[in-house]
Design a protein around this ligand. Structure first.
Ligand SMILES: Nc1ncnc2c1ncn2[C@@H]1O[C@H](COP(=O)(O)OP(=O)(O)O)[C@@H](O)[C@H]1O
Ligand SMILES: [Mg+2]
Length: 348
């Protein structure tokens, strides 16, 4: 069984803690996404699992076996790196075949398997080329093909799509998802792109400063972020976060008054996603001049200015109004309101 278990794993560089006392179980067959801003410890976590980085403290298990001291090549792991890591002097065919060659397969065996995989990732016509003769997306697919040419127990993918243009990234995302469905291999996937995390993951571990701050399904993280950091990180456009107070059962801030189910208190932050706000007729719960209108195709993002803050709503595609003209918004009838303690940032 290819369950991966980190128990109290810590990585320090001198006195700097890159990954802080982390315990995490990646279940057999799942795609667990490590998500967080640059420098939060994603790659380090991955490299420790791969055996490319020593562990300062703690243990890593694959299945029942403790693998702390096992060399990388014996861990039955395939990695895809952000920069592909292809061998420039080898053809596409030989790049993909390389892991099989290392394992002593005959040329006939290798070529048959490479053709099969190349079809899957649509590289069949390019097998004779060298990496320098390929586009970024094609190189990326070669790296992927090389990783899946044999079925390892575990895939580790470190920002494999981040060098691709936006359109190809979306296509490849679906490819990866489909591939995972077909192969069912336990996968740890690193990204700083929340959309990639949301769409690919069976579970997301949101990381910050070497810590996992929330580990849950994409759906739960989206609908119940544990703190302001996660709330602001997940979702596009971001959740509106408005500072204010709760007075007599209403959240109050300059230009804002919304009924909430919470006890009175000061210094709170109300979170509400753009899709949970709609246009109001007359005076709404949130009122201010229009700051920007952005047509996205199926919707218009309406941003209004409220004091020092900007509040964004997802409105109808045909919405039109003059800049700076007054606009009123209200929570939709099924709106989910999030309340956070302003000082600690924690969900109330
Ligand atoms: N070899 C190293 N020596 C010192 N610090 C390092 C080393 N490798 C990574 N770090 C630091 O550890 C932190 C986590 O790095 P990394 O895991 O690469 O982050 P991420 O992949 O999330 O962007 C960063 O602050 C980085 O500067
Ligand atoms: Mg990284």
């Amino acid at each position: 069984m290819a369950q991966v278990k980190l128990v109290d794993v810590e990585k320090r560089y001198g006195s700097f803690v890159a990954v802080a006392n982390q315990s995490l179980t990646i279940e057999d067959g799942e795609i667990l996404v490590l998500l967080g801003p640059s420098g939060c410890g994603k790659t380090t976590t991955m490299r420790m699992i791969a055996g490319l980085e020593d562990i300062t403290e703690g243990d890593i298990f694959i299945g029942e076996e403790r693998i702390n001291d096992k060399p990388p090549k014996d861990r039955d792991i395939a990695m895809v790196f952000q920069n592909y890591g292809l061998y420039p002097h080898m053809t596409v065919n030989d790049n993909i075949a390389y892991p099989l060659k290392l394992r002593g397969q005959s040329k006939e065996q290798r070529n048959a398997r490479v053709r099969e995989i190349a079809e899957k990732v649509e590289l069949g016509a390019l097998l004779h080329r060298r990496p320098s003769e390929l586009s970024g997306g094609q190189r990326q697919r070669v790296a992927l093909a090389r990783a899946i040419v044999r079925t390892p127990s575990i895939f580790l993918m470190d920002e494999p799509l981040s060098n691709l243009d936006a359109k190809l990234r979306v296509t490849m995302r679906a490819e990866l998802k489909h591939l995972h469905h077909e192969l069912g291999v336990t996968t740890v996937y690193v990204t700083h792109d929340q959309m990639e995390a949301m769409t690919l993951a069976s579970r997301i571990a949101v990381m910050r400063d070497g810590h996992i701050v929330q580990l849950d399904t994409p759906k739960n993280i989206y609908s119940n972020p544990v703190d302001l950091f996660v709330a602001g990180f997940i979702g596009s456009p971001s959740m509106n976060l408005i500072e204010g107070t709760i007075t007599k059962g209403r959240f109050e801030a300059p230009g804002v008054s919304i009924k909430v189910e919470a006890a009175d208190r000061g210094d709170v932050v109300l979170g509400i996603r753009p899709e949970n706000l709609e246009l109001a007729t007359g005076k709404g719960a949130i009122n201010g001049p229009i700051y920007a209108l952005e047509l996205t195709g199926d919707a218009t993002l309406i941003t209004i200015r409220e004091g020092a803050s900007l509040i964004c709503a997802r409105g109808p595609a045909d919405f039109e109004a003059a800049m700076n003209s007054p606009c009123s918004l209200k929570p939709t009838s099924d709106a989910k309101l999030h309340l956070f303690d302003k000082t600690s940032g924690q969900r109330i």
